[in-house]
Ligand binder design. Sequence first.
Ligand code: HAM
Length: 423
Amino acid sequence: MQMIQAVRGMNDILPEEGLYWQFLEQQLIQLAKNYGYQEIRFPIVEATSLFKRSIGEATDIVEKEMYTFEDKGGDSLTLRPEGTAGCVRAAIEHGLLHNQQQRWYYLGPMFRHERPQKGRYRQFHQFGLEIFGTAGAVQEAELLLMMLRLWKNLGLDHVISLELNSLGTSEVRARYRERLVEYFKQHQEQLDTDSLRRLTTNPLRILDSKNPQMQALIKNAPVLLDDLDEVSKKHFDDLCQILDDCDVKYKINPRLVRGLDYYSHTVFEWVTEQLGAQNAVCSGGRYDGLVELLGGKITPAFGLALGMERVIRLLQETKTLSAAPDVFFIAVGEAAQRRSLSLAEELRTLIPSLSLTLNCDGGSFKSQFKRADKSGAEIALILADDELANNKITIKFLREERPQQSLSFDEIVAMLRQQRKKE
Ligand code: HAM
């Protein structure tokens, strides 16, 4: 029979990798709480129109990458390709934006039908942060400082750097768009098929092209930062000044335009050279127009999303996490086996932080001992006929040069507690 396999671009997270996911999730949630963010959970499936309207009809995501289907009632639904749209929809729907500030985080799978490659998947996971109700550069700087703290906490600050740009207001972008179209039209023969199409739909995205043959053309294209109006320029200068004052290193990248249409003013990406072409580990920006576009009152908003698979890949290169239990319990013989079950339960009650693997399916001492060693445990507890007769348990240190000892249950408890304190 033919084997059924996972869908292309959608990955299983196996137990060993799960350790890194749990570690990252704990770090992210703790950080979010430290900065006063609350969790929001919203559906994986939303009305297709939500993404079309917010991300933009002429973006790659909406044009080519959405998992869209008609449900049994005939409604067009889409698996969320990102979290910002759902977040804003929920905020408006529940009336959480009137005269209120909100700081939210979310975490979960997103879906984009992209060509899978290293660091780019069709089901991937984002950790997102969204802030509603503050318009200033201080809020932007705080969010960037928060991420810098995260990279430091994860030991990744030396491989991740910040790139910034300002897209100005929608009027600025409309003017810039005209200049850009004029420029690219003058060099139309150098544009590839994708860029020719974008010339009429989304010319700013031509700047994002990875085609090596177009890089010289892109390099000489007009720069949006030169077109900024006074207000946008002051906003961006303020942010740069605050970051300088806080000693945050960044590079201004005038070609950074982002692949979603809802941005204005500040946009940014944290990038790394360790992941090949998929170099953005976390990106976001200001999207002051989106709440109104989705039917709410004008509300300033700013946020980001971090690609969890990408950060985990970086973590795996720098950090070793182990799922080894503290203790592996060996019991030889049927009576010992049964007794070991109740002793293990008592140990778990008395030392709640202990992780203990009980060998439940017998076997010779030798085969159980092999399992104990393979489990990576520091300590093996051994219960066989001798121990059973004398009311003792043997404790053996698997990773230290220390003599094994035969001890009473209470002495074992004391020793394990001692051992946990040392860690
Ligand atoms: P985005 O740049 O489309 O922005 O995605 C954010 C991050 O998700 C990227 O920097 C990347 O790390 C990760 N990512 C995106 N696509 C994939 C993929 N196919 N495979 C693996 N990782 C991927 C947004 O989604 C915006 N909603 C961010 C935002 C929040 N802006 C404001 N608030």
